[in-house]
Design a protein around this ligand. Structure first.
Ligand code: KIV
Ligand code: ZN
Length: 514
């Protein structure tokens, strides 16, 4: 079925003049430009893990790194090329023989070679004239072709280069055998109309596929990449989560979803894996994804306002451009001060509490008021808070309906003691207790819980965020657990990190065993 966006009359009319391709090739540079993100350095095994997942998700080309930059980089690229993936594995090389030799030695399928062409780079960086640059570019392309590899050629800082000279450079490298040319907007100065114009001009002269590489200095990397496709570009460079030098590159998830959902342009990406890939890259690079990041952010499909939550519960497309499942996300109704009764009723239902059954209409009105009052205090309302409010209002114990419950926890820590936690759990009304040591109180507490629960349930991921500032910051803990063929995510918030961690893990265990 055609996505709903594509039947939008305004978009259809606006696109009538474009000759759009049916397919756009995705060149992922997370492992090269993405790794140039300040503060990011991946080990060879981490690069390999990302490459395996980029291949799995279906990117056409993986730029695995800049081989000449270090021995570790060469080790990583060799590990990647040794796996014989479906994706084309590419290595970056300056238009220099040594760079090319090292890339060839890493076993890549293709080489992305570049030399700067703009007046600024010619004068201050390369100290070369126009002719010398063309000669170097041509020699590099011929040298790579002599090794039997595919070549993608980039005129670095293309978008600040004189157009007639840029065309001349590209024509020369195509004559020398370049298989694709790439147009880097190295410092992100393009705007969509200018990018569209540039690609249209290049299309008149260049007969090999045209690619673009957009940087996000003005926040326009994705818009410029899309405009390039409108102008005739057949390939886009992107990075997972928009990582990259300075403000980053075009975000893969945003660019390909726009092309696919709005323009109907296909690619090989298994979009339902996008959020998982984003989380993996965030975990390995240590660069947290902002919650309001398009497509893969924590809030991309979260609704808090009463009006929005009501609309979404009636028909999801009222306040969502696409279904969250398409990108591996889930719709979330967040409770807070803007929440309305519809959303709270839906949340109670999700927690197994039916209004009219366990909760009377008057009690429900009281629950709504209490949730809003809590939201007014600026507190994030968790499932545990909702359960506590419902229990208090209805004078019923809902918690005991949970299979596993925390009865007691005590932790001991300090500079002269080994952090130790004693935990008492009630499992189907039976009391279990144990103590464990750990590297810190959280580690000890979670080890104690896991030792009671046994090996069948495993803690796969643990993340902690400070929601508010100060020493009394509210800590939000998010955990991923795996067991009995299920994988669940659970979270809890508390001023006490140990309590938040324990509550999140116990909540997750209950989700698995229910
Ligand atoms: O931004 C840039 O110009 C680059 C080149 C190496 C293509 O990353
Ligand atoms: Zn770049």
């Amino acid at each position: 079925m055609e996505p709903y966006i594509q039947s939008n009359e305004i978009i259809k009319k606006a696109m009538e003049s474009f000759k759009l391709p049916k397919y756009v090739t995705v060149f992922d540079t997370t492992l090269r430009d993405g790794e140039q993100t300040p503060g990011v350095s991946l080990t060879p095994d981490e690069k390999l893990e990302i490459a395996i997942n980029l291949n799995k998700i279906g990117v056409d080309v993986i730029e695995a790194g800049f081989p000449v930059s270090s021995a570790g980089e060469q080790e990583a690229i060799k590990k990647i090329t040794s796996l014989g993936m479906d994706s084309e594995i590419c290595g970056l090389a300056r238009a220099v023989k040594k760079d090319i030799d090292v890339a060839v030695d890493c076993g890549v399928d293709s080489i992305h070679t570049f030399i700067a062409t703009s007046p600024l780079h010619r004068k201050y960086k390369l100290k070369m004239d126009k002719e010398e640059i063309i000669n170097r570019a041509v020699e590099a392309v011929e040298y790579i072709k002599d090794h039997g590899l595919k070549v993608e050629f980039s005129a670095e800082d293309a978008t600040r280069t004189e157009l007639d000279y840029l065309v001349e450079v590209y024509k020369n490298v195509v004559d020398a055998g370049a298989d694709r040319i790439n147009v880097p907007d190295t410092v992100g100065v393009m705007v969509p109309n200018a990018m569209y114009y540039l690609i249209k001009e290049l299309k008149k002269e260049i007969k090999v596929p045209i690619s673009v590489h957009c940087h996000n200095d003005f926040g326009l990397a994705v818009a410029n990449s899309v405009a390039a496709v409108e102008g005739g570009a057949e390939q886009i460079h992107c990075t997972v989560n928009g990582l990259g030098e300075r403000a980053g590159n075009a975000a893969l998830e945003e660019a390909i979803m726009t092309l696919k959902m709005v323009y109907g342009i296909e690619n090989r990406i298994k979009t339902e894996k996008l959020t998982e890939l984003s989380n993996l890259v965030s975990k390995l690079t240590g660069i947290k994804t902002q919650p309001n990041k398009a497509i893969v952010g924590e809030n991309s499909f979260a609704h808090e306002s009463g009006i929005h939550a009501h609309g979404v519960l009636a028909h999801a497309l009222t306040y969502e451009p696409i279904a969250p499942e398409i990108v591996g996300q889930k719709r979330k109704i967040i409770l807070g001060k803007h929440t309305g009764a519809h959303a709270i009723k839906a949340k109670l239902k999700e927690l197994g509490i039916e209004v009219g059954e366990k909760v009377s209409e008057e009690q429900f009105a009281e629950i709504v008021a209490r949730i809003k009052a809590l939201g007014d205090k600026g507190k994030m309302i968790t499932d545990m808070d909702v359960v506590a409010i419902v229990e208090d209002v209805t004078k019923r114990t809902l918690k005991s309906e949970r299979i596993v419950d925390l009865e007691q926890i005590a932790v001991m820590t300090g500079n002269k003691v080994i952090p130790t936690a004693s935990v008492v759990l009630k499992i189907r009304n039976e009391i279990h207790m144990t103590s464990e040591i750990g590297v810190g109180p959280v580690d000890a507490a979670l080890k104690a819980i896991c030792s009671i629960i046994g090996e069948k349930i495993k803690l796969k991921e643990y993340h902690i965020n400070a929601i508010t500032g100060g020493t009394d910051a509210l800590a939000e803990v998010v955990v991923k657990l795996e067991g009995y063929g299920k994988e669940v995510t659970a979270k809890a918030a508390n001023e006490d990190i140990v309590r938040a961690s324990v509550e999140a893990v116990i909540d997750g265990i209950n989700k698995i065993v229910e």
